[in-house]
Ligand binder design. Structure first.
Ligand SMILES: *[C@@H]1O[C@H](CO)[C@@H](O)[C@H](O)[C@H]1NC(C)=O
Ligand SMILES: *[C@@H]1O[C@H](CO)[C@@H](O)[C@H](O)[C@H]1NC(C)=O
Ligand SMILES: *[C@@H]1O[C@H](CO)[C@@H](O)[C@H](O)[C@H]1NC(C)=O
Ligand SMILES: *[C@@H]1O[C@H](CO)[C@@H](O)[C@H](O)[C@H]1NC(C)=O
Ligand SMILES: [Zn+2]
Length: 957
C-alpha cells in the first residue's frame, strides 16, 4: 500500500515537471553544417489540415493519430532522425490519449530536438481573412498548451505556413513578435516564384511592419517547388515510388541510381538559392502514417550519398536530417560570416495565382456567412475572457477553452477561407456554435452576479437577430444587457427583432430611450426553423462603460410615447436619385462627393470555385430600377432599397454618430441556373485615383496597391479583374491626392475587394457557384441557396480629417467599434431592485488610441494583459504619438501589483527573447530600457502591441 502510494507520488512529480536531463534543443541541437559542403536539409513533415475534405475528427481518427503514433517510435530508433510537428489542435487530441510512458518519450524527443515543434499554433491559419486578434489568440493558445506539457524546448522558432493561399505582411510581423526567426511557405504567385528562383531571392528578409522597425524583420524562405517530397521520393505507404534497394544481390538493386537521381534534383535546386544550404521537404498531406517506412528509406538515401559521393559546383553534397529551424541557422551562419545581404521586402504576397488565369482570390469572399460567424464568435471570446479575468476564473476553464479552441480551428486555411467541403463547413458551424454556448454558460453566472447579486439570471444571446429571430423579445417585457468589450466608452446602435411597434425603453438610470421600429428588411421566414418577427427595433446604447455594460428594460406599450428627441445629422447626409433609386451623393466631414452605390453580378467563368475567382466578362447590374422608401425615426435617417427580391439594403445615418454611413444589406438566394453568380457592392466616385488603392493587412497596417502592378515581378495579366483582387479584412480605401479627399469602405467580415476602375471600389459580398471539380460553392440551407446579411460602413472626408482627427483616425475608430461591437444578452426575468444596472470593469477608460487587446486569466494570481496602440505612425498628428497608460488603480475587480513583459504569445519573458541577427537589417526604433516589475506604466509606439503577465490581487467587492 505504502509502496503504491509512493509510486503515485513519484508519478505525480513526473507529471508535473517535464524531464530535463540537460535538454539540448533549438539551434544547439542542429546537425553540424560546414561552409565547404552543400548542405541538403531534409525535413520530415506531415501537413495535417484541421478539416478540409474530411472533418477535423475524421482526419484525426483516420489519419493523424497514425502519424504521431508511428513517428515517435521511429525517432527513438535513430537519434539523427527528425520530425516537425505543426498543428496543436491535433497534437492535443493525440496527447490526451497517451499513457505516461509515451508522454515521457515525447518530452525526451522534444528535449533533444528530434521531435521539433514548429508553428505551434492551434491550426495553420489562413492569412487573408483572419483578423490579427484571431491570429494572436490562436498562437497564444497553442504555444501555452505545448509549453505546459512539453516544457521550454517546445517553443517554436519557425512560422511554418506552407499551405495558405497567399501571405500577409501582418503574419510576418506577428511571427517576429512571437520571437520566431523565420517564415516558410510554398504558395506564391507562379511568376514571383520563377523570378525569385532566377535571381536567388527565394531566401529573403521580410519587413513585417512599416511602424515597428527591424523588430518585425524576419527571415523568409520560399520553398523550391511545393511542400511535397521531390517527385519519385515519397517513401510513404500511400505512394508507389520505388523504395531504395541496397541489396546488391537483388535484381532490383537501385541504390546508386536513386542517389544519382536525387543528386540531380538537388543540383537543380541548389543553383537557385543563395547559400550553401537548401531545404528539401520530405513529406506531404497526412504523410508518415507508417513512419518507419519513410525513415528507413531516408536513412539509406543519406548513407548512399556517403558511399557514392556527389558534388555541386565542386563541393561535396551532404544530406542531413534537419528542421526548418536548423536550415534558418545554417543560412544565418553563412550570411553573417560572408556579410551577405539578403533582399529586404516590405509588401506582401497577395494576390496569389497558381497558374495562368487561376487567381486564388475567390476565397476572400467564399462562404460569407461563415466568415461573419467567426467575427461574432471572436466578440464573444473577448467578452468571455474579460469577464473570466474580472471574476478570477482559472485559465483551465473548459467552457471558455471550448470557444478558444473552436476559434483556433476556424482560423485554419480551409476553414475561415471557405475552401472546405460543405459537410466540413457544417461541422465547423457545429464546433463554433458549441464554443459560443459553452462560453456563454461560463460567463452567465458572472454577469448575473454583477447585475443582480445572485446567480439566478439566465442571459441568452440572440445569434439570429440578423434574420429577425429573437425568442425572448417576443414577450411583452424583456431586459437587454449590452456589454462593451472595448477599453473606452462607446455608443452603439443596437438592433433587435420585435413583434409590435410601441415600446417603452428605460436605460440603467431609468431614463427613457428613443428608438425606431421599421418592418424587417425582408421576410426571413423561409431561412430559419424559428418564427421570425415582422419588425426591427433600433436604438442607440449611449455611453456604454469601458469593459462594462448597461442594462435596458423593454416594456410593450399601447401607443408610442410622444416624447421625442431630434438629433441632427451633424453634416453627414446622403442623397438618393428618385428615378434610379440609387445613392448619388454623400456629404461628410465638409466634403460633398458624387458617390453611387449599386449591386452588380459577375457571371462565374469556368474556373470559378471556392478558391478561384474567374469572372466571365464585366459585372451586370442586379436591377435597372430600384425601389426606395424613406424611413423616418428618432434613431437614424434612412432609406430602404429593393434591388430585386434577393437584393435589399437599408442605408442609414445614425443621429448620434456622423462618423460613418451604414449599408445594411441582404443578398440571396442566388439563382445559379446559369452556372454561378458572384455579387459585388460597388461604390463609384469621380475621385482621380490613378490606379492606386489601399487595403488592410489582417485588420492592422494599410498596404498600397497599384492596379495591374506587382512590386516584385513583371506583371501582365489577361485577368484585369481577379488579378487586382486583394483580401479586405477590415477596410479598402481610395484617395484623390490632388483634392486631398479619401473614401473608405469598412466591412463586418473578410471579403475580396478591388478598385478595378479609377474612383471605384468594390467588395464581393456573396458567391454561389456550381462547379464540376468538387470545390463548387453551392451552399444550401432551408431548401435554397443561402442568404447573407451584412454591413458596410462608408467614411468620406478630407485626408486631413474633421479638424479634430485625421480621416485615418476616424476610420480606425469606426473599424474598432465594428470589430468588437457590444454583445447583447437578453432575458425575460425581472431585474428591478438589482444592484448594478450599469457597470465598468475599469475605473477610467483608456485613451482613444489604446485598446486592451487581451485580458484573460493566465495562472493563479496572474492575468495575461495585452495593450495595443491602434494607429500607424503617420495617420494622425496627435493620436499617432507615443502614448503611456498606467495600470495602477485601473481595474475595479483587482489591483495590478507587478508586470512582466513577454513576447506576443505570453510564453517567453522578453529578456529571454534572443533573435538571430541578419546583415542589412538595421533598427530604426529606439531600444527599450529594461523595466522594473513594479513599474505599472506602459508606453506604446504606433502599432505596437505589448504583452504582459500581470500579478494581481483581487479586491473585495
Ligand atoms: C568540411 O567539409 C570538408 C569537405 O567534406 C572537410 O574536408 C572538412 O574537414 C569539413 N570541416 C569541418 C569543420 O567539418
Ligand atoms: C455630380 O452629379 C451631378 C448630377 O449628376 C452633376 O451635375 C455634377 O456635375 C456632378 N459633380 C461632380 C463634381 O462631378
Ligand atoms: C445570421 O447569423 C448567423 C450566425 O452568425 C449565421 O449563421 C447566418 O448565416 C446569418 N444569416 C444571414 C442571412 O446572414
Ligand atoms: C536590428 O538592428 C539592430 C541594430 O541595428 C541589430 O542589433 C539587430 O540584430 C537587428 N535585428 C535583426 C533581426 O537583424
Ligand atoms: Zn492545407
Amino acid at each position: 500500500m505504502l509502496l503504491k502510494l509512493l509510486f503515485l507520488v513519484l508519478l505525480g512529480q513526473i507529471r508535473a515537471k517535464p524531464v530535463e536531463d540537460e535538454p539540448v534543443c533549438g539551434y544547439e541541437a542542429c546537425p553540424a553544417t560546414n561552409f565547404s559542403t552543400l548542405n541538403v536539409h531534409l525535413i520530415p513533415h506531415s501537413h495535417d489540415d484541421v478539416g478540409w475534405l474530411k472533418t477535423m475528427d475524421q482526419y484525426y481518427f483516420q489519419d493523424v493519430q497514425n502519424v504521431i503514433s508511428t513517428v515517435i517510435p521511429a525517432l527513438k530508433q535513430n537519434p539523427d532522425r527528425r520530425f516537425v510537428q505543426v498543428e496543436t489542435a491535433f497534437f492535443k487530441k493525440w496527447w490526451e490519449q497517451q499513457k505516461d510512458s509515451v508522454k515521457q518519450d515525447v518530452i525526451k524527443l522534444v528535449n533533444n530536438g528530434q521531435f521539433e515543434i514548429i508553428n505551434g499554433a492551434w491550426s495553420m491559419n489562413d492569412e487573408a481573412n483572419v483578423h490579427y486578434q484571431f491570429t494572436i489568440d490562436q498562437y497564444t493558445l497553442g504555444l501555452r498548451y505545448l509549453e505546459d506539457r512539453l516544457g521550454k524546448c517546445s517553443r517554436p522558432k519557425v512560422c511554418w505556413q506552407i499551405d495558405p493561399f497567399g501571405h500577409s505582411r501582418e503574419q510576418a510581423s506577428i511571427s517576429a513578435q512571437l520571437g520566431f526567426d523565420s517564415v516558410f511557405f510554398a504558395r506564391l504567385d507562379y511568376r514571383d516564384r520563377i523570378n525569385r528562383l532566377g535571381t536567388k531571392t527565394g531566401d529573403l528578409i521580410w519587413r513585417g511592419s512599416s511602424n515597428l522597425g527591424n523588430s518585425s524583420d524576419i527571415f523568409t524562405s520560399v520553398m523550391y517547388n511545393h511542400y511535397s517530397a521531390p517527385a519519385g521520393f515519397c517513401f510513404d505507404i500511400v505512394c508507389n515510388d520505388e523504395p531504395i534497394i541496397d541489396d546488391e544481390e537483388s535484381p532490383d538493386y537501385n541504390w546508386k541510381s536513386r542517389v544519382e537521381a536525387f543528386a540531380n534534383f538537388v543540383r537543380e535546386q541548389a543553383s537557385k538559392y543563395p547559400t550553401n544550404n537548401i531545404l528539401v521537404p520530405m513529406g506531404d498531406d497526412f504523410r508518415y502514417q507508417a513512419a518507419l517506412n519513410a525513415y528507413i528509406n531516408t536513412d539509406r538515401l543519406i548513407k548512399g550519398f556517403e558511399l557514392f559521393p556527389q558534388t555541386f559546383e565542386g563541393k561535396p553534397i551532404k544530406l542531413l536530417y534537419s528542421t526548418p529551424t536548423c536550415y534558418t541557422k545554417a543560412v544565418n551562419d553563412f550570411v553573417n560570416s560572408n556579410n551577405y545581404k539578403l533582399q529586404i521586402k516590405s509588401d506582401d504576397f497577395f494576390p496569389y495565382a497558381d497558374g495562368v488565369a487561376s487567381l486564388v482570390v475567390g476565397y476572400f469572399t467564399s462562404r460569407p456567412a461563415s466568415k461573419r460567424f467567426v467575427r461574432e464568435a471572436n466578440t464573444m471570446l473577448q467578452v468571455a475572457k474579460q469577464l473570466a479575468a474580472v471574476a478570477n476564473l482559472p485559465y483551465e476553464n473548459e467552457n471558455i477553452n471550448s470557444l478558444k479552441e473552436a476559434m483556433g480551428v476556424l482560423q485554419h486555411h480551409d476553414a475561415i477561407t471557405g475552401t472546405e467541403l460543405i459537410d466540413v463547413t457544417h461541422d465547423y458551424h457545429r464546433i463554433l456554435h458549441k464554443g459560443i454556448s459553452d462560453a456563454v454558460n461560463a460567463i452567465n453566472p458572472i454577469l448575473s452576479n454583477l447585475i443582480s447579486g445572485s446567480d439566478s439570471l439566465k442571459l441568452e444571446s440572440c445569434l439570429l437577430a440578423n434574420v429577425s429571430v429573437c425568442l425572448q423579445a417576443k414577450a411583452d417585457q424583456f431586459i437587454l444587457t449590452v456589454y462593451n468589450p472595448l477599453s473606452r466608452v462607446v455608443s452603439s446602435p443596437i438592433s433587435i427583432p420585435v413583434e409590435t411597434e410601441n415600446w417603452k425603453i428605460l436605460d440603467s438610470n431609468g431614463d427613457e430611450v428613443v428608438y425606431q421600429v421599421v418592418p424587417s428588411i425582408t421576410d426571413f421566414s423561409t431561412l430559419v426553423d424559428e418564427t421570425t418577427s415582422p419588425n426591427s427595433l433600433d436604438f442607440i446604447a449611449k455611453d456604454i462603460p469601458a469593459l462594462g455594460y448597461k442594462v435596458y428594460t423593454f416594456t410593450k406599450v399601447a401607443t408610442k410615447p410622444t416624447k421625442r428627441i431630434t438629433v441632427g445629422a451633424d453634416g453627414t447626409t446622403f442623397e438618393i436619385d428618385e428615378v434610379s433609386g440609387l445613392l448619388t451623393s454623400v456629404t461628410m466631414n465638409g466634403v460633398t462627393l458624387n458617390v453611387t452605390q449599386d449591386f452588380l453580378v459577375y457571371k462565374s467563368g469556368g474556373r470559378s470555385q471556392a478558391y478561384v475567382f474567374d469572372p466571365d466578362g464585366d459585372p451586370q447590374r442586379v436591377a435597372s430600377t430600384v425601389t426606395v422608401k424613406k424611413i423616418e425615426g428618432d434613431v437614424y435617417y434612412g432609406v430602404v432599397q429593393e434591388f430585386s427580391d434577393w437584393a435589399k439594403q437599408i442605408i442609414k445615418v445614425y443621429k448620434n454618430d456622423s462618423s460613418y454611413i451604414e449599408f445594411d444589406w441582404v443578398i440571396g438566394p442566388l439563382n445559379i441556373d446559369d452556372g454561378g453568380k458572384e455579387v459585388i457592392s460597388q461604390f463609384s466616385t469621380p475621385l482621380q485615383t490613378e490606379g492606386v488603392f489601399y487595403t488592410d493587412s489582417n485588420g492592422r497596417e494599410i498596404l498600397k496597391r497599384v492596379r495591374n502592378q506587382r512590386p516584385d515581378y513583371d506583371y501582365t495579366d489577361e485577368q484585369p479583374i481577379a488579378g487586382n483582387y486583394y483580401p479586405v479584412t477590415s477596410k479598402i480605401l481610395i484617395r484623390d491626392e490632388n483634392l486631398g479627399v479619401e473614401m473608405a469602405i469598412l466591412n463586418d467580415r473578410a471579403q475580396g475587394g478591388s478598385s478595378v476602375k479609377d474612383g471605384q471600389v468594390e467588395l464581393m459580398v456573396h458567391r454561389r457557384i456550381r462547379s464540376g471539380d468538387g470545390f463548387g460553392l453551392d451552399e444550401i440551407e432551408y431548401g435554397h441557396g443561402i442568404v447573407v446579411r451584412g454591413k458596410h460602413f462608408l467614411v468620406l472626408g478630407p485626408v486631413s480629417g474633421n479638424g479634430e482627427k485625421s480621416l485615418a483616425a476616424i476610420e480606425r475608430d469606426v473599424a474598432q467599434r465594428k470589430l468588437l461591437p457590444p454583445w447583447v444578452f437578453i432575458t425575460n426575468q425581472d431585474v428591478s431592485g438589482s444592484k448594478n444596472l450599469e457597470y465598468s470593469s475599469l475605473k477610467r477608460p483608456l485613451p482613444d488610441n489604446v485598446q486592451l487587446l487581451t485580458l484573460e486569466p493566465w495562472s493563479d494570481g496572474t492575468l495575461l494583459v495585452r495593450l495595443e496602440h491602434v494607429l500607424e505612425k503617420n495617420e494622425d498628428e496627435n493620436l499617432s504619438k507615443e502614448v503611456t497608460v498606467d495600470l495602477s488603480d485601473l481595474f475595479v475587480a483587482f489591483t495590478v501589483q507587478e508586470l512582466k513583459e513577454t513576447t506576443l504569445a505570453g510564453n517567453i519573458p522578453i529578456e529571454e527573447n534572443v533573435r538571430l541577427h541578419w546583415p542589412g537589417s538595421t533598427n530604426e526604433a529606439p531600444p527599450q530600457a529594461p523595466r522594473a516589475p513594479t513599474d505599472l506604466t506602459i508606453t506604446l509606439a504606433p502599432m505596437q502591441i505589448r504583452t504582459f503577465l500581470a500579478t494581481v490581487t483581487y479586491n473585495n467587492l
